[in-house]
Design a protein around this ligand. Structure first.
Ligand code: OGA
Ligand code: MN
Length: 200
């Protein structure tokens, strides 16, 4: 098991080194996706989600960004969430071991995009905070089809890359380099989204 993870982590990390982003399918099993969906729904029903904002002031502008989010704290995490965070921490230490990025901490939130909402083209970097090195998104969408839309579009120097938000898929990219956009979907679109940081 350990070795399988190492191989897939090595593959996504070499993609990131070579072209600034990497994709790993099956980062979560169907069972893990199911449990994280249940967690998301119970947080949502407890009214813990808030309309997401932009920049450090968290200004709500639904014409730019329409998702609702809930920050996930290690200390509050349930069993499924803790398991996810542990895997992420293992990934982070693996990146440090192989790439010397000096990652020290992470921030992560659940995201739910209601039907028809989107996030316009942007860079995941605050003007007064350069701590975000790698952005990661792990999708929680069960049975997602191309007709559901909701693609992540990466704006690369020579082309645009379109990524479907398939359940269990992990995408990681350089936060300060790759502009990207979330297209509207005809189903609610769910993920765990965050950043690996080199300052606390
Ligand atoms: C973000 C973001 C992409 C996605 O939350 O900053 O760009 O595919 N998310 O959800
Ligand atoms: Mn983003």
């Amino acid at each position: 098991m350990e070795e399988t993870w190492q191989v897939s982590f090595e593959s996504i990390i070499s993609q990131i080194v070579e072209r600034g982003y990497g994709i790993l399918d099956g980062f979560l099993s169907e069972d893990e996706i199911g449990k994280l969906n249940e967690s998301l729904v119970s947080h949502y029903q407890a009214h813990e989600f808030k309309q997401a904002g932009i920049s450090k002031d968290h200004e709500v502008m639904k014409n730019i960004r329409g998702d609702e989010i809930l920050w996930l704290e290690r200390g509050d995490a349930n069993e499924a969430e803790t398991k996810f965070l542990e895997r992420l921490e293992y990934f982070m230490s693996y990146v440090n071991y192989t790439c010397y990025l000096g990652l020290r901490s992470y921030e992560i939130h659940y995201a739910s995009y209601p039907v028809g909402t989107f996030y316009k083209r942007h860079l995941d970097k605050f003007r007064n905070d350069s701590g975000r090195k790698l952005s990661f998104i792990c999708y929680l969408n069960q049975g997602w089809q191309a007709v559901n839309g909701g693609e992540l579009v990466l704006y690369l120097p020579d082309k645009e890359e379109t990524v479907l938000p398939l359940g269990g898929r992990l995408i990681v990219f350089e936060s300060d380099k790759i502009e990207h956009e979330v297209l509207p979907a005809n189903r609610e679109r769910r993920s765990l989204t965050g950043w690996l940081r080199n300052i606390d």
